[in-house]
Design a protein around this ligand. Structure first.
Ligand code: SAM
Ligand code: SF4
Length: 454
């Protein structure tokens, strides 16, 4: 790709963990609406995916754009949190009034293993007291290799957790120092070995490219070390530089951050390295060993995407508990307040702590379907589109013709009467391909709210 085209696509854009994206959500969606939706959910036989957000971390990583609360290790912090979380779970369960089967359970954060062994067991028992968990389904947790212990991993495995995801980010000492996350290779290797001994079915590493002081050479060393350990999955995230949202990112020396073609080079070099070592590129920024279930799902076209990332077994409806957690029921997004004291206040009063959301129009649902198809399968099947919505693809997306034409010209997609197929180049710029279908980006000012696509 020539420099001009690269510059054309190296712009700010969403990651599409939801469509419509969060800036379109508003306080029009309320706790009362959520309560009614949960009640109706209790009267049907739809399945459930449950996300639990545990916001605490012991130390701040300066790059982090997650919803987290920094607290020194303290059992009392976890106990107070669980008191409120259990109130929310009770409120949700009381409205559903049915022991739903959880198809997918995900503990995310922050760092869920901030909780002690006893607290994790209490949380798991609480979930089991109101819902059924099938041990064959996805039961996943995010861990921090700096703080997790072998004993905590044993407890998780005994409870039935089968998927582990850990933040690795980068092994280079200078980068680690600058991002305030000291995590030597030996520490990660030790945690990895414990996970293997305990036979977790899948181990994922998060890596980030585009961090300060990373170069092609330093990041190649990181990827080489990672491949020596051979996690089943790797999420290779582009550093989301959003200092207006994450103030500590202002500490970074901008001159030390790779941009444009240098940043893209780091990604492409890493991608090639991973592909050459038995990993398959899965959808946007994920890689998996060809033996892993995620690679199989991708190849079979059965991969799905939600706010937890990519998933193998989609449930009908999603519920999120904990501060900032997101649910999706009856084509409506519901998000809890992100602010911990507010979350405590609302739950203490027995209220659902919903802060905002978005009810999808028919057009939103149609565009969501297309964006999901591009994100998860790198293609859009026009016949399937017609069968699902009753419109000819070309008729519905007449206005998008110009965008599709540009994407074809620039080598991002191929199109025929049956399908749109994303090319290898287009896979790298998949967010840009999707952006052409985003109704709300027709007003280009909206792009200022997102990190860069490359
Ligand atoms: C909740 S953390 C993972 C678990 C645990 N807290 C840890 O850090 O080990 C989620 C992941 O989001 C990614 N992440 C956070 N901030 C990011 C940013 N600004 N840009 C890209 N990825 C980011 C990191 O790779 C991080 O591992
Ligand atoms: S990257 Fe993980 S450990 Fe670091 S602040 Fe973010 S959530 Fe916490």
């Amino acid at each position: 790709m020539d420099k001009n085209t690269l510059q054309k696509y190296d712009i700010a854009g969403p990651r599409y963990t939801s469509y419509p994206t969060a800036p379109q959500w508003s306080a029009d969606v309320t706790g009362e609406m959520y309560a009614s939706a949960l009640t109706r959910f209790g009267q049907n036989d739809k399945t459930l995916s449950l996300y639990i957000h545990i916001p605490f971390c012991e130390q701040l990583c300066y790059f982090c754009a997650c919803n987290k609360v920094i607290r020194a290790k303290d059992e009392k912090v976890g106990d107070e949190f669980l008191d409120h979380l259990f109130k929310e779970i009770d409120r949700v369960a009381k409205l559903i009034r049915q022991r739903k089967l959880i198809r997918q359970l995900h503990l995310g954060g922050g760092t869920p293993t901030y909780l002690s062994e006893i607290q994790i067991e209490r949380l798991f028992s609480k979930i089991q007291s109101v819902f059924d968990i099938d041990p064959g389904d996805e039961i996943a947790i995010e861990i921090d290799p700096r703080t997790v212990t072998q004993n905590k991993l044993k407890v998780l495995r005994r409870l039935g957790f089968n998927r582990i995801s850990m933040g690795v980010q980068d092994f280079d000492a200078k980068v680690q120092d600058d991002i305030n996350r000291i995590q030597p290779y030996e520490q990660v290797a030790q945690v990895h070995q414990w996970c293997r001994e305990l036979k977790f079915e899948s181990v994922n590493y998060d890596l980030i490219y585009g961090l300060p002081y990373q170069t092609r050479d330093t990041f190649k060393k990181t990827v080489d070390l990672v491949m020596g350990l051979r996690p089943d999955r790797i999420a290779l995230y582009s550093f989301a530089y959003v200092p207006w949202l994450s103030k500590p990112q202002n500490k970074f020396n901008l001159d030390a951050i790779a941009v444009h073609d240098e940043k893209l080079d780091i990604f492409i070099q890493s991608r090639e390295n991973l592909l050459a070592h038995g990993y398959q590129a899965i959808a946007m920024d994920h890689f998996a060993l060809t033996t892993d279930a995620m690679a199989r799902a991708f190849n079979e076209g059965s991969l799905h995407r939600n706010f937890m990332g990519y998933t193998l077994k989609p449930a009908d409806e999603y519920i999120g508990v904990g501060p900032s957690a997101i649910g999706y029921i009856e084509n409506t997004y519901f998000q809890n307040t992100k602010i911990l004291p507010e979350y405590y206040e609302q739950t203490a009063q027995g209220r659902l702590p919903i802060e905002r959301g978005k009810q999808l129009s028919r057009d939103d649902q149609i565009r969501q379907w297309v964006i999901n198809s591009l994100m998860c399968r790198f293609k859009v099947d026009k016949q399937l589109f017609f069968d699902t919505f009753g419109y000819e693809f070309e008729d519905y997306f007449l206005e998008e013709g110009r965008h599709l034409h540009d994407c074809i010209e620039d080598g991002l997609i191929n199109e025929n009467s049956q399908r749109i197929q994303v090319t290898d180049l287009g896979k790298i710029f998949i967010r840009n391909v999707c952006m052409g279908f985003d109704y709300y980006l027709k007003d280009k000012n909206g792009q200022k709210r997102f990190s860069r696509t490359v």
